[in-house]
Write a protein that binds this ligand. Structure first.
Ligand code: MF3
Ligand code: CO
Length: 254
C-alpha cells in the first residue's frame, strides 16, 4: 500500500484519537515515582484508554503482550511491562502508547524521570524531545521527508548523542504502521514530497552512547549495545500547507 491522504472526516477521528492519547500520557505521568512497577503503569494506561471507549493498539500487535511499551534506562523501546520491574530513583522511563478511536490510530511516546535524576540524563531527555521539534520545523507540504530526518539527526549529533538506525517513524491512520517510513537519520536521497493530509508518527530514539541496539531474549525489548541510556519522544502529526498540526501534544499536558 502507498501513502494515504486523509479526508477531513478521517482527520476528525485522528484528532480525537490524538487528543485522548495526550490525556492517557498525562495520566500515566502522574503516577510515576520510585516504587511502582512497570505493570502498574500499563494498567493505568489501559484503564484510561478504555475509559474513552478506545482500544489499546499495541495489545496483541504482532503478539506484543501489553497495552503500553515501557522501556527503562538502556532499554530503547518495546519493553514489556512486568509487576516485578520496580522503578528506582534515578531511572528514566520511556512510555509508548497507541489508541484506536473509531477505527483510526494515534501513537505517541514520552520519557520521564523517576524521582531525582542526573544532569546528564535530564539533558538526554531534553535533547530527545527538542529533536522532535527541530524535525517538524521541516514538516510542511512541499518539503521532502528526509529534511525532517536530517534535522533530527543533526540536532542530536551536534549535542553529542546518537540516533537509533534500526527503528523508524511511520505513516499512521487506519493502520498503526503505514507508509512512508520516517527515519531519524538522513538516508541517501531526499525522500518523498510531503503533501497536505499526510499523517506521520515522528519518533526520535536517542542514545547517550553509540547508536547500535539489540533485542533481548524476550524478542521484544530493544536495548543499547553499550548499555548506556536511551530516550524516546513521539507525536502523531498532520502535514498541512502551513505549520504541522500535532494531534497528540497539548501545551498543558506532558
Ligand atoms: N509505538 C511503536 C511504533 O511506533 C509500536 C509499538 S510495537 C507494539 O512503532 F508491538 F508494541 F505495538
Ligand atoms: Co510509532
Amino acid at each position: 500500500m502507498s501513502v494515504t491522504i486523509k479526508s477531513e472526516q478521517e482527520l476528525e477521528k485522528m484528532r480525537e484519537a490524538g487528543r485522548i492519547l495526550a490525556i492517557v500520557h498525562d495520566e500515566m505521568a502522574k503516577i510515576i515515582r520510585p516504587g511502582i512497577s512497570t505493570m502498574d503503569i500499563n494498567r493505568k494506561g489501559e484503564e484510561v484508554i478504555r475509559s474513552f471507549d478506545c482500544i489499546p493498539s499495541f495489545l496483541n500487535y504482532n503478539g506484543y503482550p501489553a497495552s503500553i511499551c515501557i522501556s527503562v534506562n538502556d532499554e530503547v523501546v518495546h519493553g514489556i511491562p512486568n509487576k516485578k520491574r520496580i522503578l528506582q530513583e534515578g531511572d528514566i522511563v520511556s512510555l509508548d502508547a497507541g489508541v484506536i478511536y473509531q477505527g483510526y490510530h494515534s501513537d505517541a511516546a514520552r520519557t520521564h524521570a523517576v524521582g531525582e535524576i542526573s544532569e546528564d540524563d535530564r539533558f538526554l531527555m531534553e535533547i530527545t524531545k527538542q529533536s522532535f521539534f527541530e524535525g517538524i520545523k521541516y514538516a510542511h507540504a512541499g518539503n521532502h521527508l528526509f529534511e525532517i530526518s536530517k534535522a533530527i539527526q543533526d540536532f542530536v549529533e551536534s549535542n553529542g548523542f546518537s540516533v537509533v538506525r534500526d527503528l523508524v517513524g511511520h505513516g499512521i491512520g487506519k493502520k498503526l504502521h503505514e507508509e512512508p517510513q520516517v527515519p531519524n537519520f538522513k538516508p541517501i536521497g531526499r525522500g518523498m514530497k510531503l503533501r497536505p493530509g499526510m499523517t506521520l508518527a515522528i519518533e526520535p530514539m536517542v542514545n547517550a552512547g553509540a547508536y547500535e541496539v539489540w533485542v533481548l531474549e524476550d524478542d521484544w525489548t530493544v536495548v543499547t549495545r553499550d548499555s548506556k541510556k536511551s530516550a524516546h519522544y513521539e507525536n502523531t502529526i498532520l502535514i498541512t500547507d502551513g505549520e504541522p498540526e500535532l494531534f497528540t501534544y497539548q501545551e498543558d499536558l506532558v
